[in-house]
Design a protein around this ligand. Structure first.
Ligand code: MN
Length: 208
């Protein structure tokens, strides 16, 4: 992996982004990061540690969360490994000017690597937990235009099936409160419980 293209696009005196190639300790599992990049156009940068750098894709609509869902992932230049912890402001006039936030990070397992470059990974993040596949789909004839697909938990990718539907969680009548960590309690107010979702820029609120 080479960082030449990455360095060519940036001026190290004018941006706080990291420039050095990886050094230091090795971890047992490679890392991934998803950065929310509010630049000229809002997008999410999906990065996987590969060969001492971060293989990177820009995902305009965000990493798909519904099993069977897919999204465009534009393959971009490798980034330095230190970029996995970068968050901050890229000043105006610089490449990618705007705000970078870490949306999720963690480790991943490489489950499959295809001859054409396609990758299947199991992510272990705070938000992303599960299996995704990156496919060099050459959409619109452009080799940079990959797809990222969320696999079902059994590892298969559905074709044309409706996405999973969620139902509002209902209050449960009980005599005793459950014990242990991870519980929170609140009184049941009257009103509607609803599940909100956004698909293709359209928001939906669904009650019972
Ligand atoms: Mn970006």
């Amino acid at each position: 992996m080479s960082l030449d293209e990455y360095r060519k696009k940036r001026n190290l005196r004018k941006t706080p982004e990291p420039f050095e190639a990886a050094k230091g300790e090795r971890r047992s599992l490679p890392v991934f990061v998803v950065q929310r990049h509010d630049a000229r156009r809002l997008h999410y940068d999906f990065r996987l540690e590969r060969g001492g750098a971060l293989a990177s894709w820009a995902v305009p609509k965000g990493v798909p969360l519904e099993p069977g869902a897919r999204a465009l992932a534009v393959h971009v230049e490798d980034h330095p490994l230190d970029y996995a912890t970068f968050a901050g402001e890229i000043p105006k006039g610089n490449y990618g000017a705007g705000t970078v936030e870490i949306w999720d990070s963690g480790t991943y397992e490489l489950l499959e690597e295809k001859k054409d470059g396609g990758l299947t990974v199991r992510l272990h993040g705070k938000r992303l937990e599960g299996t995704w596949t990156l496919v060099p789909a050459h959409l619109s004839g452009d080799e940079k235009n990959w797809l990222i697909l969320k696999k079902r938990e059994d590892g298969t990718v559905s074709r044309g099936q409706a996405p999973h539907t969620y139902r509002p969680m209902l209050a449960t009548l009980t005599e005793k409160l459950p014990k242990g960590e991870g519980w929170e309690f609140e009184p049941k107010w009257d009103g509607y419980r609803a599940v909100g979702s956004v698909h293709g820029g359209e928001a939906k609120l669904l009650s019972r």
